[in-house]
Write a protein of this length. Structure first.
Length: 128
């Protein structure tokens, strides 16, 4: 029931942030960043388990490691982008969050080019 602990920690820190924000807003942002880091570290082990499972399944399905690595990078970019954008929004910087999301989308498109090329190549081979 790790999620109950994480949510409980989130509630406690949220209450502290609400109390501190009126007197020291800069500490409230730092507290929010600290919570985000703690939560990320708590789930990092689970992420490693999932990546290991995906790699095992890809090996069994004879999927090229190049494509698997690309997909994992895309997933990583998506999560890190969302994480960074949410931290910026929490700090009241919605414009910066938007720029981070835009950069993440561009990087995902760049990484997806080899996969898109493979799909198109496969379709062309199937057509008479």
């Amino acid at each position: 029931m790790e999620i109950v602990q994480i949510v409980g920690l989130g509630f406690i820190v949220t209450l502290l942030i609400l109390i501190i924000r009126t007197q020291k807003p800069e500490f409230a942002v730092q507290l929010s960043l600290a919570l985000a880091t703690i939560i990320f570290l708590l789930v990092l082990g689970k992420i490693n388990l999932v990546i290991g499972l995906i790699r095992d399944l890809a090996d069994k399905a004879n999927v090229s490691q190049m494509y698997l690595n690309t997909i994992l990078k895309i997933i990583g970019i998506a999560y890190i982008t969302e994480f960074g954008a949410q931290v910026c929004r929490d700090a009241g910087e919605g414009a910066v969050a938007g720029k981070i999301e835009f950069a993440g989308k561009v990087l995902v498109m760049v990484l997806a080019i080899p996969i898109i090329a493979l799909v198109l190549e496969t379709i062309v081979k199937l057509l008479p």
